[in-house]
Write a new protein. Structure first.
Length: 157
């Protein structure tokens, strides 16, 4: 049992609360459990340090960086090819991601493969790219446009 888990059990015992044991956490076929029980334990043993505080610290730093990227991306016109190419790649990619998600109406975050395909359109390596839901991003005269696919497979802009 890991240090955090032992601490949680101790806090519960002190408060007179019986902790709930979730048996799915014991299944090593689940990646999250294998990481938690095997990988993090191995890292702690090899480096003689608890990796959890380090991972938490880096997660906080990445979250702060993402806020900066999202803020800069919100000010970028995601349809302007020149603006996208002039911006740092992380900012341009976030601007594209937010634009595609907004235009498609898809509640899920746009995947990296879609952003890479659309980036090829931005770079002029291809004229169009399929996005989430079968929609398309095309390039013409330095501008990107998003075509929403109707229920019948016909694109409408």
């Amino acid at each position: 049992m890991g240090k955090v888990c032992r601490l949680s059990v101790a806090v519960c015992a002190e408060a007179g609360v019986a902790p709930r044991h979730d048996t799915t956490n014991d299944d090593m076929a689940m990646t999250r459990n294998a990481v938690r029980h095997r990988l993090l334990t191995e890292i702690a043993e090899v480096f003689e340090v608890d990796p959890i505080p380090l991972l938490n610290r880096h997660a906080d730093l990445v979250a702060d960086a993402l806020v900066l990227i999202e803020t800069a991306a919100a000010e970028l016109d995601p349809t302007d090819v020149h603006a996208l190419r002039s911006a740092p790649r992380a900012v341009a990619s976030e601007a594209l991601r937010a634009w595609i998600q907004r235009e498609s109406g898809d509640p899920y975050r746009v995947d990296t493969a879609t952003i890479e395909r659309v980036w090829q359109v931005v770079e002029g390596e291809r004229r169009a790219a399929e996005t989430v839901g079968g929609h398309r991003v095309t390039r013409s005269k330095g501008r990107l446009s998003f075509s929403v696919t109707s229920n019948h497979g016909q694109a409408r802009t």
